[in-house]
Design a protein around this ligand. Sequence first.
Ligand code: PLP
Length: 395
Amino acid sequence: MFNEKMYALGSKRSIIREIFEYCKTRAAKIGSDKVFDFSIGNPSVEPPKEISDTICDLIKNESAVLLHGYTSAQGDLGTREAIASDINNRFGAGVSANNIYMTCGAAASLTISLRALFNEGDECIVFAPFFTEYRVFIENAGGKVVVSVPEEKTFQINVSDFEKRITEKTRAVIINSPNNPSGVVYSEETIKAVCDVLNKKEKEYSHPIYLIADEPYRELVFDDIKVPYLMNYYNDTIVCYSYSKALSLPGERIGYIAVSPKAEDSQNVYLAICGAGRSLGYVCAPSLFQQVIKKTIGAKVDVNIYKENRDILYGALSEYGYECVQPDGAFYLFVKALEDDAYKFFEKAKQKEILVVPCDDFGVSGYVRIAYCVDKQRIVNALPAFKALAEEYKK
Ligand code: PLP
């Protein structure tokens, strides 16, 4: 016997994984240069050189027993202090090491935070389009997903729709900006309006409603766009951060949770996070990478490589007649399918060896996501196929 819910999750892959696996088989058959795989958000830019230099240095000069040993359950104190002081230098948020919990990336940050906050039947509002795994994480924590629809065309948060979705049972709200899959950065005006609503509703219901900032793409923004730091706008904020995309380290599984010191009962929320980490077996995040992060605070990937990809793809697709949402960050282009059914459009694109992701599971139908975290040449080579596809629809 086993748990049926877990079996269902394990036996049905996410659509992104499904397409990604297809791409691998197809590439083995016809050659990888002939398959235009835009399915998965795996960073294509090298990690900063400081990362490999620091790994070598640590391995050469530090005690292997300490380097590969357990840290404190919530993470190495020195690493948490370094992260806290970086957050304070950049955003003036007043956090300390006692507000930071080291994790295995944003997925762990989210699952731990949701588990720490939720009681059975609590509701969690997500803004469409949203990362598909939110549904899995929220439901696994005993919560119920409530989807708020976006503003048309801009894909900013529709604040009046959001307000209508809040009930007495709303325990948390997840904001992901820059957004996967739209690439949209929520404006400061939008964030302020969302926080005004939350403050009002907290008073009305006399309990905290937590704002969870899912931030794996915070550092991937173009043209000096600013991403508001949510702790500075709303007290009951929990930041779920990850180095997966920021430093191109998705396989190393490293990130953190930061609980705002201004949150109601902040230290007890932090202790609930420690408890959730313990109950899920997410203690002592990878030790070597905690040390790497401590010593490379401030390191950055070259975002201009993604920006160049965005400019080529956005420019060309707009010219061919595709309706694209202007992405200011992350590495995704959100494109309106050329027919109502995004799956049918996906199938037609697939015939031209273009692999994109239909976005119904992200809470918006009729759109596809193009992950442009790929070699520039793949984008350039795919453009004639995108053009031919658009022309086919015009006939
Ligand atoms: N949140 C969003 C919006 C994502 O796009 C991803 C990964 O693609 C994650 C969370 C999980 O990131 P991590 O690899 O750090 O667990």
